[in-house]
Design a protein around this ligand. Structure first.
Ligand code: 0JX
Ligand code: SF4
Length: 320
């Protein structure tokens, strides 16, 4: 009898899985708000904008009866509506109330904290320099907390150089919660160098989850040839993780699902890193690890750089 063919040996691959990664407290809360609202009110429950920027999460909630729309105009009368984790301009809850809609706010409390700081700076007579990315829903929401013309968007160091305020102008700065810690630090230093009178926020606006995920991926990236960031192309915090991994010396690839992985990418690669944006579920991390195990002979290790214990309360209407 002929000897069986030896099974082809798989390429060995070391996997470094960053921790913390994935869901933050604001995302847990936002998803729970939609799920509880569906339990309490029944389907359909409308959600203005993706509750968090992840297709897998949105599709799972759609399957349970949530309907996602971009504007309040698309919400029929008589059904409850939820505002996404990224926050909304003040005009949105106002209009919902005027229409008699039942609404729930899934804005992350850390985004709401920036909203309140913006209001306070305006009350104190200061113009706000807001560091963020144009067109992002969180930026639109924060601009919508203050009167038009009282806040200026700063995206880059070049934007700081172009500001035309004087030494006597009362200024404050605030930022989006999901920015690059390093880039934002450089922008803040440039603002403070030009305007020493500028008032800083009481505490950092970039949230704990954003900075912890960046620190974790920064630690593993120099050890990896390739880092997979699981997240969506419209997820600000996920895109920042790709930049951090890339700058720390790895080739970095944003993927939404395991099926995005092209095995050719792994040719000659000895160590792969994995992280996930704050809106990417752990199920997708497990799916990616399982796919890599199909392709390679994987030795996986979790690299923990911080522990997170933060949780946020649900809105009163949903606590039974
Ligand atoms: O695009 P973002 O990173 O602001 O949002 P995403 O990916 O939905 O993450 C969770 C919500 C974050 C709000 O601050
Ligand atoms: Fe809140 Fe930060 Fe999560 Fe955004 S990334 S939802 S600000 S905890």
């Amino acid at each position: 009898m002929n000897a069986p063919f030896p099974s082809p040996t798989k390429q060995p691959l070391r996997l470094l899985i960053a921790a913390p990664r994935g869901f933050c407290a604001g995302v847990d809360r936002a998803i729970e708000i939609v799920e509880r609202a569906l339990d309490i009110y029944g389907s359909p429950v409308y959600v203005r904008h993706e509750i968090v920027h992840n297709k897998f999460v949105v599709d799972s909630l759609k399957a349970k009866g949530a309907v996602f729309v971009e504007e309040l105009d698309a919400v029929p009368d008589g059904v409850p509506v939820i505002f996404s984790a990224h926050g909304v301009p003040k005009s949105v809850p106002r209009e919902a109330t005027e229409r008699g809609l039942e609404w729930l706010d899934a804005t992350c409390p850390l985004v709401s904290k920036v909203h309140r700081q913006a209001e306070r700076q305006i009350e104190a007579g200061r113009h706000i320099l807001f560091i963020g990315h144009a067109g992002h829903p969180e930026v639109i929401g924060t601009f919508g907390q203050v009167p038009e013309g009282t806040m200026t968007l700063v995206e880059t160091l070049e934007d700081v150089a172009k500001l035309d305020f004087g030494p006597d102008d009362e200024l404050a700065y605030l930022s989006q919660t999901t920015l690059s810690v390093d880039d934002t630090g450089a922008i803040i230093r440039a603002i403070e160098a030009r305007y020493p009178q500028v008032v800083a926020p009481k505490a950092e606006d970039i949230c704990y989850a954003t900075s912890n995920r960046q620190a974790a991926v920064k630690q593993i990236s120099p050890l990896c040839q390739l880092v997979f960031v699981i997240g969506a192309p419209n997820s600000s915090n996920s895109l920042r993780l790709v930049e951090v991994a890339h700058r720390a010396g790895a080739c970095a690839q944003l993927i939404q699902r395991a099926s995005d992985i092209d095995p050719v990418w792994l040719t000659g690669v000895e160590t792969v890193g994995i992280t996930a944006g704050a809106s990417a579920p752990e199920a997708l991390v497990n799916e990616v690890v399982a796919r890599l195990k199909e392709i390679c002979d994987v030795e996986a290790e979790e690299v923990v750089t911080a522990k997170e214990h933060i949780t946020f309360k649900l809105p009163r209407q949903l606590v039974r």
